[in-house]
Design a protein around this ligand. Sequence first.
Ligand code: PMP
Length: 390
Amino acid sequence: VKISPEIQDSLEIRFRSTARDLNRRGERIISLGLGEPGFATPAPIIDAAAQAMRDGHTRYSNPFGLPELCERIASKLKDENGIDAKASDIIVTPGSKMALSLALGAILSPGDQAIYVTPCYPSYLPQIKISEADCVARAIDLRRQDFRLDLDAIAAALTPATKALIINSPHNPTGAMIGRDEIEALADILSASQCILISDEIYERLNFSGAPHISPASHDKLAQRTITINGFSKAYSMTGWRIGYLHVPDRDLLRVISRLHQHLNTNTAAFIQKAALAALDLPPEIVAGYVATLAANDRALRDALAGNPTVSVRPSKGGLFAFVNIAASGQTSDAFATGLLERHRVAVTPGILFGAAWDDHIRVSLASSREEVAAGVARLADFAAQLSHG
Ligand code: PMP
């Protein structure tokens, strides 16, 4: 089988197997490596799925998605995101990962260029390459602008062959969020191009920045060229359910994406779509409580690392993660993460998995309970301080 060396095992899946091995050996580890919420799927969602199964929603269904869910998503996008969305612009997919893959598959042809930022969600590059092996994938380094979009670099990278730009806010792994000024600038930069903007908004509801999340598709000049991707995994702790969606304003592109989807997935499981409807009707306090925990965990991390000679971190604004700078340790991210796991039983994710240039960072998940995160970050601070003494 021919597969590009850029396509490695999925990070989430590799991490879970390491944790399982340690657990099997009876080792209790503190996990700050998780890419999913630490709480159980809320009961009303589970009840809705069970009821839907009993009601017979167990067969093939509309490939675009259940009409009532597409309607509900369109009104959410309209009311909360300011996107001029219609139910007929929506395709419900098995996970937002599949939504992203279908979008890239529909857009990219041989010789095209796709731009993404680094560090980033580790599946972006493999997905670009799986969608179109002969596509040029161009990474924009977020280092120069302290994790903000490097707009000059994006403008310089843009060519007539650029067909897709993937952005993600709130951002995995840095916790940065894209501001209105960046969206304005992107609108100008992309105005004369053929480039589709793919906006991955999976962490939208996990926003503790104090500022609103901004969807680029709400901007007049970006509305027509933007595909908005979102899902249910992160806000509602539904990672294993596999449900997400995309909003595609361009009719021709929607038709191509829908064909890919029909032949790859047929439809997204109907009873899971019923559960997603229940998720959208959940009392907002449930998610708000979780977001407060994420914010407290981010603060606990910063407090624990304040004044540390070896590691430092910027405040996260949203999402599940903080990206910790370990450059002063002199260690690679893998060596640092391995040492922390072996000596202090705390699991984090090496920065190198988010881009080759990020071997001087580790990703710390804020997704566990306050107690777990407080204990984990204290051990992280101790470990880092010890390194500075040689
Ligand atoms: N985008 C980003 C930025 C992510 O971090 C993840 C999950 N880790 C996904 C997409 C995929 O989420 P889903 O479970 O909806 O496929």
